[in-house]
Design a protein. Structure first.
Length: 167
């Protein structure tokens, strides 16, 4: 049975194939993005039957950060709750990006945007930057991502939706 609520520090496992799994952790709530959950997904792949120490998992290399609804992913069976650990890492350098060029009907999607803005978790203001240059190119897509797309990125390294590129 899935937990009724999720909380910061919760670690979840995601089955990536019949014999392997990966983990992510709910690390913050971002008031500037619909008060959504911010997760950090870890790069290391574990055997499906492994039960690694939580401190090993959360000290591993972060593959990506994303906004999502952890409770929804639990309810839909995309991931399983493992345990809670207070070590959520540093949040100060996590950078997200978005563009108003996203969200068109099929066939009208803008493939390349020069109309970007960036922000950090709970920034009061989004910073309009236009073209993504320098460190802003490392910013994660900042929209609230569906659970199936989170899993797809953990498996393939890419999201399974159309989103404008910056080059």
């Amino acid at each position: 049975m899935a937990r009724a609520n999720t909380k910061i520090g919760d670690v979840f496992s995601v089955k990536i194939d019949e014999s392997n799994k990966k983990y992510f952790q709910y690390v913050a709530s971002d008031l500037t993005q619909l008060n959504s959950d911010v997760i950090r997904a870890f790069n290391k792949v574990y055997p499906i039957n492994a039960n690694p120490d939580l401190s090993e998992i959360v000290s591993g290399e972060v593959e990506f950060y994303a906004h999502c609804v952890t409770k929804l992913g639990l309810k839909m069976g995309y991931w399983e709750y493992v345990e809670n650990i207070s070590n959520t890492g540093s949040l100060e350098n996590i950078l997200f990006r978005d563009t108003n060029d996203y969200g068109s009907k099929p066939g009208d999607q803008i493939k390349l945007s020069n109309n970007w803005y960036v922000w950090k978790i709970n920034d009061k203001d989004f910073t309009r930057v236009g073209k993504l240059l320098g460190n802003n190119r490392n910013a994660e897509i900042g929209i609230v991502i569906s659970p199936d797309s989170i899993v797809n990125r953990m498996i393939t390294g890419e999201y399974n939706f159309i989103y404008p590129k910056f080059e």
